[in-house]
Design a protein around this ligand. Sequence first.
Ligand code: NAD
Length: 267
Amino acid sequence: MAANATPQTVLVTGASSGIGQGIAIAFGQQGANVIINYHGDEESARETLKQVEEGGGKGFICKADVGKEEDVTRMFQEAIDTYGTVDVLVSNAGIQKDSSFAEMTLEQWNKVMTTNLTGYFLCAREAIKIFDKKPTPSPEDKAKGNIIFMSSVHDIIPWAGHVNYASSKGGILMLMKSLALEVAPKKIRVNGISPGAIATDINADVWQDEEKKKELMKLIPYKRIGLPEDIAKVAVWLASPESDYITGTTIYVDGGMTLYPGFVDNG
Ligand code: NAD
C-alpha cells in the first residue's frame, strides 16, 4: 500500500490460527485495520492482534460463531462502529468432521455445512450490505469492495471419507461464482483461494507424522507442504487494485496438487 493511502479495513474470519492468522498478519503489514474474528481461542486471537500491530496495522479481536446470524451481524456492526466501513472480507473459518459416509451423523454433516457454507453466506451478505452503501465507482475505477472465500482443492478433487467437507467446499465454489456475477456491475469483486496442503492445526495429524507426510508428498508435485504465508500473499494481492480485473475466479495455491499427480513422469 502506498504511504498515506487510506488503510483498508479487512475482516478475517477464523484468524486465531493457521491460514487466517497468516492472512491477518499479512494485511497488518500493509497497514490495514484488521478485524480478527475467532471462535474459542482468545489468547491466540490476541497473539494475532499483537503481530498485526507489530507489522504496522491496527485492529481488534472479535469473538463470533460465523454460523450464527446474530453473531455475524454483531461482528460487522462492531467493525462499522470502529472503522466506519469494511473494504475486504476474507471468509476463512472452516472445520472438518471426518467420517465414512454410512457412519456420518446428521450432526457431523450439519456442523460442517453451517460453518463452512452457511457461515460464508452470512458473512458475505453483511459485507455486501456494507459495500452497497458506498457509491458505485465508474467502470474505469477500482472495486469498492472485495470478498475472498477460502475454499480448498477439494472444491474440485473428490475426497472419500470427507464428503461433508468436500460438499461444503464445492458449494463455496458456486456461491463465489454466482455472487461474483450478481455484484460485478456494482464493482464488487468476489474470488476464491483454494489451498492444497498447508501446515496448520486442521491437518497437523498428517504433517507431524513422518509416514503420513511421505504419503502426502506423493500428492504434491512441487514436493513441499504449503505455509500460511503462501496463502496470505495471494489474499493480499487479490484484495488489492493490482488484481482489479479478476472476479469470479479461484486461485489454486497447491504446489500442483490439482494437476493429477498420479500422472507425473518419474523418469
Ligand atoms: P485451522 O483449524 O487452523 O483454522 C480454522 C479456523 O476456523 C480456526 O481458527 C477455528 O477456530 C475457526 N473456526 C472454526 N469454526 C468456527 C466458527 N463457527 N466461527 C468462527 N471461527 C471458526 O485450519 P486452517 O488450515 O487455517 O483452515 C482455514 C481455512 O482453510 C479453512 O476454511 C480450511 O477448510 C481451509 N483449507 C485449509 C487447508 C490446509 O491444508 N490447512 C487446505 C485447504 C483449505
